[in-house]
Design a protein around this ligand. Sequence first.
Ligand code: SF4
Length: 391
Amino acid sequence: MSIRHELVQHYPWLPSLENLYPDIASKNPNEFISDIFSNNPIEIQERILAFFKASFNNLEQIDDYKIDEINIHVYLIIKILLYVLDDKSISNRMANLYSKVTYSELIKEDNAYLNDICKDLKLDILHYKDSIKYGTIIIKDQQEELTSKFRIYYTDYLRLSVNLRDEFRKLVNNPLRDGYVFIKKRSLSRLLQEFVREKFFLKDGDDKSSIEALKKKLLKIKEFNELHERILANWELKKEDFEYSIDFKSTYGSDISTYLPPCIKEILSKIEEGQNLIHNERLFIVWFLIAVNYQVDTIINLFSSMPDFNREKTAYQVNYAKKKKYTPYKCSTLKSFNLCMAKKFKDKLCLEGFLSRKLNEQKYITHPLFYVKFNQYQNSKRSRTGNSPKK
Ligand code: SF4
């Protein structure tokens, strides 16, 4: 299938980039960047910097977003920069921004082109010129037909929606016929947004010495070096706004940072890396921190490193949760939400439980707050008897 050059300029993450722009695809990063900057260094620097500044400011759109061949260069250089910057917080912010910009472009896209995009990504998709009906809903005695112009094969649907945990996106909650899910343009664009978002994530296994070697070479290119410095300077300025760490000593009588259960540690590390949290993760961390007596301001500041942070909204939600005195989720609920991290952290207490002296039997913990209390108790016992912790 042949795809228009304009579509690749608009969406440079499309696989057809390789066929339509073989001169770019065949170059190594060093050659590519030297060539690009030798032509129009100022414009490309400014356009790339605009993306970084917007992502550091938690924006969701780019002013004056241009669709041209330079847009391909911008995308590729951003990816190279993220690789050499090697900072998950920066990558996550960029992933968030770039994928949202993509979504707002896709939603305006002509349906036939949206179909071409899906085909280019080798998705098994069916596109209909006229809407097809797949059901009816009745709202207040009014009957409404459910229609769509797209259907996507269920395996592709599952692959693209794997990280979207909203109930309504689950396969069982979507109409399916002959293996194809009926999907509206908005939902299809949302799935593609997720595909694009993942393109920016750093892989944990990336070899640090190759990153350093590439960085050393690229920084010899004057314009790239300048751009790299400007991005870092902007990041340093912005970072201070959301670099808050929770003071675990202040409110729970003693330092509880070493007693935190794996489910909480996982969420805190996501926040530290600037990753977005799903709804249940947000509720859980807020209710947990309130339960261990954290100050509202401390909790709000903790959230400030997240890509979609909104101080007013967060303040309202944290204050509301405090007023309502919600109890944090228990272990069984966290397990059903896939938020239990006992296995990932190979945590002995979570996996094996503890010996109850009262009942003289092994018991599993049932609540993350108990995890903190149990560890605090064990620690105070050790301090009293002068025993060091068992390894
Ligand atoms: S067992 Fe409970 S406390 Fe431990 S990680 Fe799982 S949910 Fe959290």
